[in-house]
Design a binder for this molecule. Structure first.
Ligand code: MN
Length: 250
């Protein structure tokens, strides 16, 4: 079962060039685009780069920019990509590509309408409705273990601007929480301290009984795997939201 279902070949050329249509839909998209050796996001980046290099910024280019957005390339990433390739492919080619990219990203530059493009390697999961009251903005939860059988480990994804309220992981002994950042950029802050920027590969060890919050950056999605360290008499206390004033200063 191909990951990428494509019908454009048969729709546009099925009568005139059935062989080309079949190769386009079944091989290029059905097999090559669907192959797990590269992520869809990386395939989009390669395709965009190649088309810009050839100066092919026609209707199919707009389709590929839309696909790139759906495959998780954010507006800042697209801007950085085209700026990077401009030095290699030629300034006018990048200008022409930017005109299309600006149009495609205009209505939703942060990809809020494409949550399934985010979540990173551990997946987006479902809207985190059970904890929505403790979050500003929208978050998603993907449970990775069965808490009935073992320790609960989950992937949490924050949309741009989303963060949880100040909170405390209480424990009499041991305890605290560990965050493994897997995708995007965000922030972690302990009460009375400067916020620290988070990027993929970061590991945050949150001590028990320390008031803190974690969440995405203003212009980036962020995913982290979270679990609580073992301890005695553990409980969570939710406090006030992180004010816009404090958050927007970051
Ligand atoms: Mn926490």
């Amino acid at each position: 079962m191909p990951k990428v279902a494509q019908t454009a070949g048969r729709e546009q050329l099925g009568d005139f060039a059935p062989m080309f249509a079949a190769l386009n839909d079944d091989v290029l998209f059905g097999e090559v685009w669907s192959d797990d050796a590269l992520t869809l996001k990386m395939r989009s980046a390669l395709t965009i780069t190649t088309l810009v290099a050839k100066g092919l910024v026609d209707a199919s280019f707009e389709y590929h920019i839309q696909t790139a957005k759906r495959n998780g390339i954010t507006a800042p990433e697209m801007a950085a990509m085209l700026t990077h390739v401009a030095f290699y492919v030629g300034w006018p080619n990048a200008w022409a590509a930017f005109r299309v990219a600006v149009k495609v990203y205009a209505d939703d530059p942060q990809g809020l309408s494409e949550p399934e493009a985010h979540g990173g390697v551990f997946g987006l999961g479902q809207p985190n409705d059970a904890y929505a009251q403790y979050f500003t903005g929208k978050s998603y939860l993907n449970p990775l273990t069965d808490p009935g059988k073992t320790q609960f480990v989950a992937n949490v994804t924050f949309e741009p601007g989303c963060r949880n309220h100040w909170h405390i992981h209480h424990a009499d002994e041991g305890g605290g929480q560990i965050l493994l950042v897997t995708d995007g950029c965000g922030w972690y802050q302990e009460w009375g301290k400067e916020a620290q920027a988070l990027k993929p590969g970061d590991c945050v060890t949150i001590p028990a009984n320390v008031k803190h919050w974690h969440g995405a950056a203003k212009d980036s999605w962020m995913s982290h795997v979270a679990f609580e360290a073992c301890g005695m008499n553990m409980s969570n206390e939710w406090c006030e939201p992180v004010s816009d004033e404090d958050y927007l200063k970051l």
